[in-house]
Ligand binder design. Structure first.
Ligand SMILES: [Zn+2]
Length: 112
């Protein structure tokens, strides 16, 4: 996995992924191996955007609609899901991506 796996491999189609949905500027897919959770969908803009902080308002609407659609699909299959994006030092791939994940391995809130 390169520094920008999405621009380098996923968007050009160099890696086989299960595409769940596509719009003019977004792609929702399952990666070959779930990064976490037992079901893991990733939603990305198909042009390079570094992170949520660099996302313009127009694309934000289209991207969030794609995230909603992916989340509804995962909820239908698993009863729930977790939706998150990472930023700064927590963001390992500097191409904005949303994780929609369900099942074992997702982060759990622990009441203290
Ligand atoms: Zn990129």
């Amino acid at each position: 996995m390169g520094p920008d796996w999405y621009c380098d491999d996923v968007i050009p189609g160099n890696v086989r992924v299960e595409v769940l949905g596509r719009t003019a500027n977004t792609l929702a897919f399952r990666p070959p191996i779930p990064g976490f959770g037992t079901d893991h969908v990733i939603v990305i803009p198909t042009r390079h955007v570094s992170s949520l902080l660099d996302l313009d308002d127009e694309l934000a609407v289209e991207l969030l609609a794609a995230v909603k659609k992916a989340a509804a699909h995962v909820i239908e299959l698993h009863g729930g899901c977790q939706v998150l994006t990472t930023l700064g030092d927590e963001q390992h791939n500097k191409h904005l991506h949303w994780h929609v994940a369900a099942g074992a391995g997702v982060a759990r809130f622990v009441a203290r």
